[in-house]
Ligand binder design. Structure first.
Ligand SMILES: [Zn+2]
Length: 186
């Protein structure tokens, strides 16, 4: 499950420059200009009229639970929020459902499986950070098997009961989802 190749992580500056848009047209290689198109200033190709829409990224995460109601958290080994705990999750790929994305990320990051068919929607969260804006689709599901195997972007995998959550939890969405789970089960 753990990928042996090192993961490339953008610096803050590189991520911010991606958010500003492309320098050259990905279709015809002409230098793009800033122009108002569809009510907003966007990167525009004066040659082939390509318009760059800078869309929110869509991610999926899962509140993965054991039979005795403990939640699976990962300690982040990469920025943002390196060293803090969060729910397993990540960005969706083309050709998978958000449930499949959440299950895939969970398996890659922790070594534990959650059946996508059994997942229930917790909420949909919107966030903004230096990488741009994003939408996180959060599920809850039961762990169906596996053994702890931290992925590349994770330094530790651990289960926590509702009364023993760590102090340093990353991301407002994760804090909110875990708070609701604590309230429902506590
Ligand atoms: Zn072009």
């Amino acid at each position: 499950m753990a990928n042996p190749s090192p993961k490339v992580t953008l610096t803050t500056e590189e991520a911010a420059s991606l958010r500003r848009g492309f320098k050259y047209c990905p279709r015809c290689r002409t230098e793009l200009v800033d122009r108002e198109v569809y009510g907003r200033v966007r990167r525009f190709c004066p040659n082939c009229r390509f318009v760059q829409f800078i869309d929110p990224k869509v991610g999926a995460a899962v509140l993965a639970l054991t039979g005795d109601n403990r939640v699976l958290l990962v300690k982040r080994a990469v920025d943002p929020a390196r060293g803090d705990w969060c729910l397993p999750g990540g960005f969706m790929e083309i050709g998978e459902t958000p449930q499949q994305a959440a299950a895939r990320e969970c398996l890659e990051e922790t070594g534990f499986s959650v059946d996508p068919e059994t997942m229930k929607l917790v909420d949909v969260f919107y966030y903004e950070d230096y990488r741009g804006s994003g939408v996180l689709i959060m599920y809850q599901g039961q762990i169906t098997g596996g053994t702890a195997a931290p992925g590349d972007d994770v330094s530790e995998v651990r289960f926590f009961g509702p009364d023993s959550l760590p102090e340093n939890i990353a991301f407002a969405s994760n804090i909110e989802a875990l708070r609701r789970w604590q309230t429902e089960t506590g």
